[in-house]
Design a protein around this ligand. Sequence first.
Ligand code: MV4
Length: 507
Amino acid sequence: MTQKPLFNKIIIANRGEIAVRIIRACQEMGIPTVAVYSDADAAGLHVSLADEAVHIGESPATESYLRGDKILVVAQQLGCDAIHPGYGFLSENADFADAVTAAGLTFIGPGGDAMRAMGSKTAARAAMQSAGVPVVPGFQASDTDADLLAAAHEIGFPVLVKASAGGGGKGMRVVQSPADLPNALASARREAQNAFGDDRIYLEKYIVNPRHIEFQIFGDTHGNAIHLFERECSIQRRHQKIIEESPSPFLDDDLRRRMGDAAVAAVRAVGYVNAGTIEFLVDADRNFYFLEMNTRLQVEHPVTELVTGVDLVKLQLRVAAGEPLSVVQQSLCQQGHAIECRIYAEDPANNFLPEIGKVVRAVEPVGPGVRVDAGVTTGDEISLHYDPMIAKLIVWGENRAEAVRKMEWALRHYVVLGVTTNIPFLRDVVAHPAFRRGDLTTNFVPQHFADWQLHTDTPPDIALVAVAISDMLADANRGAAADDSAGDGDRFSPWTSLRGFRMGVAR
Ligand code: MV4
């Protein structure tokens, strides 16, 4: 049964829940891990779980998790042969990917060239168009206002001005009529210049009230390409996803098959290797259009894992080691239904302002079909330096109705004390009739939750504190009675404790 591990040692250039998720996959595969951390994360969960941990700098990401140069030096000093970038930070930095490879290490992700090709939205559009993947009707052949105006008339209003270097909605302007185009072009160019150092823009037909549905894809170094079906990601706010699910309640078998075929054609067209995502917009008439390709593992990958049964991080490692894809398209299917909610330290009643402070107590829901990918637990500090996501709560049910009910249960049994969270907001979204109907578009949050407030019947924090204290006292009493069962007077001995025991961290 013993098999040589794929890598000797993997360094994880990330933090929080995704670093924890990657360490977990490595542990299962028998691969030692190195964590890197900033000042703020010295006591972080990912630091305590990795086999080794190295401090790389001060708290700001620009001094730590974005310092590819430092991370590469640490990797070499500690004898790592591969780097996993997680998502965010350096994960889509083409120069970093190339530097890792040039140093003789394996970058667990696509090559720098693929990142560059997909980083330019117009280059990606052109590549997809020639691969026969449907793109939104648009125009990118010229930068002059006159040409753009002529093109806009041909496309038909409303049109959308987008930044060529773009992504994330920056430099985007909806234009309703020809008279508004010149101003929109000027302000979009300014915003694009500021955001990307590149003021080039292009036009697309504006798809009103679309759904955002993406396909998980994988390519290997042997020319194989597969998709692992879709994720419905329409529930988002200001380009920040909040709830994701798989399957999408909007797709039927035929549309799913056609979109899946297009996603695989996209992978083949660019010879893409490792995990990626093809984002589509789907309009009310069920037309679908390529939007962007993301060249990384995504936050919402667990919903795909729960319906396909494929461990995407392990698959990333195997593909990066040069193995052919172990799964063929015909063997993949979607079983049941998975939903993910992102639990954030933020105040949804106050413009979703990020919250900072100590998580005094976190109690995660546990049960069949409930998964919590957490980066923060009891006692951890949430700082202003990074994304305030506490955890991802993912549930699986045999069908959507069961998954929705399980999510409601899980959200009612998730307690976080010390910081305000979006949990009460998520409960209301999941309970909303439009959500239950599966009536999901990118306008869902503005349409149904424009100015959400906490219900008056939500238990006040003081009640939760009382419950927590009572719970802790019961816990402590149980421990005290049990922990000296050997009668040697040592209440802290791990050998006599009937409760959990863990080195170095709280049980
Ligand atoms: C669009 C669109 C409608 N029509 N393109 C937003 C982020 C950027 N990556 C692309 N985006 C959009 N492009 C056309 N031709 C609507 C959006 C959009 C959106 C897309 C996906 C998820 C959420 C969104 C929220 C607002 C707008």
